[in-house]
Design a binder for this molecule. Structure first.
Ligand code: SF4
Length: 105
């Protein structure tokens, strides 16, 4: 394989991989907020958004980061795709959401 072909193939593979990851984030469906729980509002604080795809362009956003894979998301208390987050005063946040305090698990 020629060197140029190798780089061309590598770039195409990378583009496909990135597109796949973005498609995954876009596919995350934000469910209805759980009844009777205090729920964080979209864009209320820490630049929180209900769906991480709306965080694209934020300087702290990392591709494929969502509340679901954030260290602060209390998965054990999850109900209907929402769980409490201490960074949001323990209000329920969407598993599909994101804020600038996102931290890798
Ligand atoms: S700290 Fe993590 S779980 Fe909490 S709102 Fe931000 S991204 Fe979501």
């Amino acid at each position: 394989m020629k060197r140029r072909d190798f780089f061309k193939t590598s770039l195409m593979s990378l583009a496909t991989f990135v597109a796949g990851r973005e498609a995954f984030a876009a596919a995350c469906k934000v469910g209805a907020a759980p009844a009777g729980k205090r729920v964080a509002k979209n864009k209320s604080r820490l630049d929180y958004v209900l769906n991480a795809v709306d965080a694209k362009g934020h300087k702290k956003y990392k591709p494929n980061s969502t509340c679901l894979n954030c260290k602060w998301y209390k998965k054990k208390k999850e109900t209907g795709g929402y769980a409490p987050c201490p960074m949001m005063a323990n209000k329920y946040v969407s598993a599909c959401g994101w804020c600038k305090s996102w931290k890798k698990m």
